[in-house]
Design a protein around this ligand. Sequence first.
Ligand code: NAP
Length: 349
Amino acid sequence: MKSPVSTYRLALVGFGSVGRGLAEILSLHRQRFIDRNDADIRIVAVCTRRWCVYEPNGIDAATLLRAVASDAVGALPGACAWSADQMIASADADVLVEASPTDMATGEPATTYIRAAIARGMHVITANKGPIALHFAELRRLAAERGVMLGFEATVMSGTPALRLGWSDLAGCDIQEVRGIVNGTTNFILTRMERGMDYASALAEAQRLGYAETDPTGDVEGYDAAGKAAILANVLMNAHLTPADVEREGITGITRDMVAAASAAGERWKLIARVWRDGPTVRAAVRPMRLMLRHPLAGVDGATNALTIITDLLGDVTIIGPGAGGVATGFAILSDLLTLQQGVRHVSF
Ligand SMILES: NC(=O)c1ccc[n+]([C@@H]2O[C@H](COP(=O)([O-])OP(=O)(O)OC[C@H]3O[C@@H](n4cnc5c(N)ncnc54)[C@H](OP(=O)(O)O)[C@@H]3O)[C@@H](O)[C@H]2O)c1
């Protein structure tokens, strides 16, 4: 017998690469999720710093994408002057999709949006590392108290289900260590340097291709990877680390000569995020390491990410896949929604 279809009314904060990626998926495949997953997913409101649209019956995703591309959102029937706070308070949505920029120092304004949505009884799915790296324990407790879901699969390895693999599929294992390549920009630069480029040229190419931002500090100094290491520690190993607790060294000290010397020895430089148990405490570090070619992470090239989870019952499990991109990260949000649809609401240990 066919199950009843559940409706999910989404309010999006942020409509950049990730918000648009989710809208693209819905514009192409919304009917698939109704037919296969019994989930009728509708975007009812979207708010950025510059504009807001609200349509209680659902905004056509393709129409919205076209309007944004032609800078004509103001002409849409549902265009309104709400701020993100007003949208959360007034849109009567079931799910807040939080996709505003990451602030790894404060987690704001995203954390305030998330707290407000949970207080209203909304489920929350975020792509934003800041709130999860800094406030995971509090937000998980608030969500549990309200009986709503806190989804954050997108925050590490975008749509590649690395966090879910750990907290769901490997839930029966004791996770002893996690190590991985969780920043595609630095991996792209190191891969290019192996082909003879110096650091500055490799960074310039990463910027030209859109992998690195104009200010690349967050990536190349390891701050982004440190935030992800804190999330891995807290979600998969029940730790209470912040990004500042993660020992950190980026790739700016790696020279072409160092890369060539590693190649000559049959090794490759990789920026490795590592989380491990040290007696009763959990520690985390991000630093460049030379890996032998047979190491499972050594063959991961370009902007691809990979994570090895070391368990007591299953040994080492490695997952490799995209670590960024609008549609890949939109997919992570979709996968959290479908997890909600399956009735799995909380990360548990
Ligand atoms: N892109 C990826 O591959 C990826 C992967 C994993 C996680 N993430 C995370 O996902 C989040 C979104 O990333 P993105 O690439 O979509 O960023 P983006 O392209 O820079 O878009 C950010 C969006 O947030 C809006 N915004 C900015 N400040 C806001 C505020 N105070 N309140 C409400 N909206 C605000 C922006 O609107 P305006 O244009 O009006 O400023 C824009 O629509 C970030 O936290 C990022 O770290 C991204």
